[in-house]
Design a protein around this ligand. Sequence first.
Ligand SMILES: C[S@@+](CC[C@H](N)C(=O)[O-])C[C@H]1O[C@@H](n2cnc3c(N)ncnc32)[C@H](O)[C@@H]1O
Length: 258
Amino acid sequence: LSKAYIVGAGPGDPGLLTVRALQVLQSAEVVLYDRLVSPSILALIPDTAEQIYAGKIEGEQAEVQGFISRMLVEHTLAGKRVVRLKGGDPLVFGRGAEEWRLLREAGVEVELVPGVSAALSVPGLAGIPPTFRGIADGFAVVTGHLRDGSEQVDWSKYASVDTLIILMGVRTRVEIARELIRHGRPPDQPVAFIERGATPAERVILATLRDVAEGGVEVENPAVFVAGEVVRLRPFLVDGLGLAQLLDRAECLEVDPT
Ligand SMILES: C[S@@+](CC[C@H](N)C(=O)[O-])C[C@H]1O[C@@H](n2cnc3c(N)ncnc32)[C@H](O)[C@@H]1O
């Protein structure tokens, strides 16, 4: 049975590739990659491998997906070691599962190599943990992308989650912030946008949900949008400000109230 590899490239820094991802990339003969795969990761692909940029294939999304899957199938059945390389984790808003299914339908075996998703690593590297004892018990990762404007995310389902991590939410940030406030999220809650996380060009923008709802926060793609009290931890973790107080607080929180 022929085999293809669906591989997560992580958020951008080659140091955040998995060992398996590096092994598979270094023995690849054909690599189909997406827009968000960083140049420093593409530099790890051997010169002998054919590199195909899937981001430039244009058309309706379904047609593009069909075309990419056919290319994967054709090259694999021709006996090539084919790698489908996607930013972050292939199964987090990456259509990796769609391609996996189409490959299986065509009789191709698939090895999935999970990747480090931007959803958790990009906020983490910026000193914003998704959970913190006493501050956030849980988180949700949600798309901010509104497909053709008709299908919308139902923000009432997410408005009360402690930490909200929104991908593809730059363009629609004003609408998202308004919806979250409308569904009861506090307008003065801190938010962060982390642009180009895990790359040397990273930029972190801090604001409140109200600032975003009022349209006053400029952000560029790609960025992860985080809303929640955990954003307040960043100065403690990144700048080491008041670390003593943070440790005090953590110790207090360790004490079982019962
Ligand atoms: C189509 S989704 C793919 C997510 C990917 N599969 C993952 O697990 O990270 C693309 C979105 O991920 C986020 N993203 C991916 N890489 C990023 C990075 N290095 N810095 C900031 N945001 C990033 C942005 O919100 C972007 O719009």
